[in-house]
Design a protein around this ligand. Structure first.
Ligand code: FA5
Ligand code: MG
Length: 442
């Protein structure tokens, strides 16, 4: 842990111990991540610990609260925007978090001296490559591929403290919605997206300015205002779907290098204002560089952790990473829109012991009564049994004998159980199960 933020050399040797490392040339070290090799340099500051979060994809894990909020957001956009019965938004929720500085910064008009680029705020793999600091990093490439309406969902990485509301890895949902003149102003051919001085056929000739706080110089005020109204009403619609109609909110003027004008949405929650998202009208240079020069687009980015913590009253952001079943079962198979209030689980650690046994000839994996087994486990083990779950069913291909495996999760509410005492109780349960059901422990 103390090695976490040591500078280059020590960090590299830490990476060495966990990842395959090129030793051929001592001066040119390489970091291997997911089978790909990156040459490290004086910018390299990713640590093995941080790299270990890659691919965890909490936003896609079934019972994780982040995944539940993700599904609710996706459903909102799917159901609110359809074109000939098909959802207008495409979803990208599995893009690699390894991006170039061009994707994360340059494509988004973030200046080379902008503070968000500094080494102390980002996890760099090397000078040109980093773990994305926001999902907006994928905006230009998706626009370039011809998409106009899309959501980008994934893990983002920022160097930060670890406390109850900050963790170096969190999850964002980012979106772009673009419209052509006919879509924005249907039936009103005299209304324009662009000022007459902007030539859609010669877009690179125009020097776009953001000096006017109301709009970009290329856009008409009508187009900007209508986009602003749509953007805000779509996002308030989402907020109300999540938090209910009576949620108190306010819009705050903001600045992002890649949008103009820009806003942040805050909601009043537990007696204070909390920022939940940033948004704005996409800078026209970005659209022009990526391809479409005849559209206007809005974009936004929101944090899933903040929403999930507020919605389910989860007090600590680290809980999102919990593999503790006492946490995850509270979100298991719940109705997406159910109001769930997280109940703190005991802070004493769990112990999990598995129990496998062969069934007697008169029983099969399908006729064995799991509920009887659960009761017996509770009878013998008492209150320290937190959970019992079926882990595996097995029929031996030759002997045709049937076998079951259960995980028993032990946790004391007032103290830490030692593995030795858990093993003792586990043995007693095994004995009782043999006696009660005639099984043979494997
Ligand atoms: C951005 O990341 C912009 N890319 C958002 C954006 C996209 C603006 C498109 C305009 C157009 P920001 O750093 O404010 O902005 O983060 C966006 C949201 O992510 C925040 O509103 C918040 O909900 C969440 N967030 C930011 N930092 C953290 C953090 N340390 N922990 C948890 N959530 C965070
Ligand atoms: Mg912000």
């Amino acid at each position: 842990m103390t090695k976490l933020f040591l500078k280059t050399n020590r960090t590299l040797s830490a990476i060495l111990s966990n990842y395959k490392y090129s030793t051929a040339a001592k001066s040119v070290a390489a970091v291997q991540i997911k089978g790909k090799e990156f040459i490290s340099d004086d910018y390299t500051n990713v640590t093995p610990k941080i790299l270990s979060y890659l691919g965890k994809n909490l936003h896609l894990q079934k019972n994780n609260p982040l995944s539940i909020v993700r599904q609710r957001i996706v459903n909102y956009f799917y159901s609110s925007f359809t074109h000939r019965g098909h959802p207008s938004f495409s979803i990208y929720d599995n893009l690699s978090p390894i991006v170039t500085t061009k994707q994360n910064f340059d494509d988004l008009l973030i200046p080379s001296d902008h503070p968000s680029r500094v080494k102390s705020d980002c996890y760099y793999i090397n000078r040109d490559t980093l773990l994305r600091a926001h999902m907006t990093a994928h905006q230009s490439e998706l626009l370039r591929s011809g998409l106009d309406n899309f959501l980008m969902i994934g893990d983002v990485y920022r160097r930060d403290e670890i406390d109850s509301t900050h963790f170096p890895v969190f999850h964002q949902v980012d979106a772009v919605r673009s419209q052509r003149k006919e879509e924005l102003f249907p039936g009103k051919p005299d209304l324009e997206i662009f000022e007459p001085s902007f030539d859609v056929n010669n877009p690179h000739m125009f020097i776009n300015s953001i000096d006017d706080p109301m709009k970009q110089s290329c856009h008409t005020l009508e187009a900007t205002k209508l986009m602003e109204t749509q953007l805000k009403s779509h996002l308030i619609g989402l907020t109300k779907v999540l938090f209910g109609d009576s949620i108190k909110y306010r819009w705050v003027d903001a600045y992002f290098p890649f949008t103009h004008p820009s806003w942040e949405l805050e909601i009043y929650y537990e007696n204070k204002w909390m920022e939940v998202l940033g948004c704005g009208i996409v800078r026209n240079e970005i659209l022009v560089n990526a391809g479409p020069s005849n559209t206007i687009a809005y974009a936004f980015g929101l944090g899933l952790e903040r929403l999930a913590m507020a919605l389910y009253k989860i007090p600590d952001i680290r809980l999102m990473w919990s593999t503790d079943t006492g946490f995850l079962t509270q979100f298991e198979n719940i109705d997406l829109n159910a109001s769930v209030t997280y109940k703190p689980v005991s802070s004493y650690p769990q112990c999990t012991n598995d129990m496998s046994f062969w069934l007697p000839p008169n029983l099969t994996v399908d006729t064995f009564m799991s509920n009887d087994f659960y009761d017996l486990v509770r009878d013998v083990g008492g209150d320290i049994i937190e959970q019992v779950k079926l882990k595996d069913k097995f029929v031996h291909p030759k002997s045709k004998k049937h076998s079951l495996c259960y995980s028993i999760i032990y946790r004391h509410l007032e103290r830490t159980l030692t593995q030795a005492e858990v093993n003792q109780i586990h043995k007693e349960i095994e004995k009782a199960v043999v006696d009660a059901f005639g099984v043979a422990i494997r």
